[in-house]
Design a protein around this ligand. Structure first.
Ligand code: DDH
Length: 290
């Protein structure tokens, strides 16, 4: 892993792009799990309690690391580790969000606005002090529209933004050993698209008969696809369905709204200093530079 010039985030993006393709992993790309890492890092935010969010990279420590909702994200963290080790000037919190944004773009998705300046909690105690009680803040796939609005309302998102963000399920898959659920949402899960919305609208989703948790299934082009109860809630709920219909019909609109909403998501809870480069500024101060 190359050491790049301090502050050269474009070069860090290049390093991320180099490791995206992993033939032995899932569908051949770690892109989807990187996106999920950025989302789970940010999705703990509470506008009510003013804590959680993308600052800190708390998933390296105790409670957040062990949160069952984050099962499997150690894969993403482990793949990114060599980039951080070769470039210790970038914070984990910046790297995790930047990797998510870069993965989205590399998989054919929109450019998501991203700005540096997240700080890392240095120790487990610091993480606990800053974060308080932030477990159980991520959505539960077995629930319905009320739950989704509770969870995303706490972060400050509207129905439109909730539906746009949910379109990230055009990427990746569920793993029985992580969430208990099983399978991808779309036929090509390493390509960012509006397929998820199209499939929600067009397929006859049936409850899957199996030993695992309740989920829906449909077979498309010979591939078994899935939907979570929370995915189906987006079409069952009248207000959210309007946005599913719009995004199924208009890919550009989805890309635009997704980029805005994901950009907002990864800004949640960021404590940035005036320069926008908190860590670099701190380091410069330590070295006695102006
Ligand atoms: Fe998700 N998601 N997600 N999701 N998600 C899972 C996988 C991925 C929910 C549940 C699950 C978002 C919203 C929701 C991604 C991105 C995003 C899995 C499977 C479950 C379960 C985990 C596993 O077994 O590996 C629920 C519930 C919601 C909800 O909103 C109610 C959002 C908002 C995003 C986002 O990125 C903005 C991605 C990508 C994956 C695929 C990960 C992988 O490893 O592949």
């Amino acid at each position: 892993m190359a050491a790049v010039k301090e502050g050269d985030f474009a070069a860090i993006r290049g390093e991320v792009r180099k490791i995206l393709k992993q033939p032995g992993y899932d569908d051949g790309s770690i892109g989807p799990v990187l996106v999920r890492l950025a989302w789970h890092q940010s999705g703990t935010y509470s506008a009510i309690d003013s804590n959680g969010g993308s600052n800190g990279a708390g998933m390296r420590f105790g409670t957040e690391k062990m949160d069952p909702a984050n099962a499997g994200l150690h894969h993403a963290i482990t793949y990114l580790m060599p980039i951080q080790e070769a470039n210790p000037w970038i914070t984990h919190a910046d790297l995790w969000t930047l990797a998510g944004v870069e993965a989205i773009e590399a998989m054919g998705g929109p450019k998501v606005p991203w700005e540096a300046g997240r700080t890392d909690y240095e120790t487990e105690e610091a993480a606990t002090d800053h974060r308080g009680e932030i477990v159980n803040r991520l959505p539960d796939g077995s629930k319905g529209a009320d739950h989704i609005r509770d969870i995303f309302g706490r972060m400050g998102f509207s129905d439109k933004e909730i539906v746009a963000l949910s379109g990230a399920h055009s990427l990746g898959r569920c793993h029985p050993d992580r969430s208990g659920f099983d399978g991808p949402w779309v036929v090509n899960p390493t390509r960012f698209s509006n397929q998820y919305f199209k499939l929600l609208m067009t397929q006859k989703w049936k409850p899957r008969e199996w030993e695992g948790p309740f989920q829906y299934e449909a077979t498309v082009a010979g591939t078994k696809l899935m939907m979570l109860p929370t995915d189906m809630a987006l079409v069952e709920d009248e207000e959210m369905r309007v946005w599913v219909e719009k995004y199924a019909a208009d890919k550009d609109l989805f890309f635009k709204d997704f980029a805005m909403a994901f950009g907002k998501l990864i800004e949640l809870g960021v404590e940035r200093d005036d320069s926008g480069f908190a860590r670099l500024a701190k380091k410069a101060a330590k070295e006695g530079k102006p």
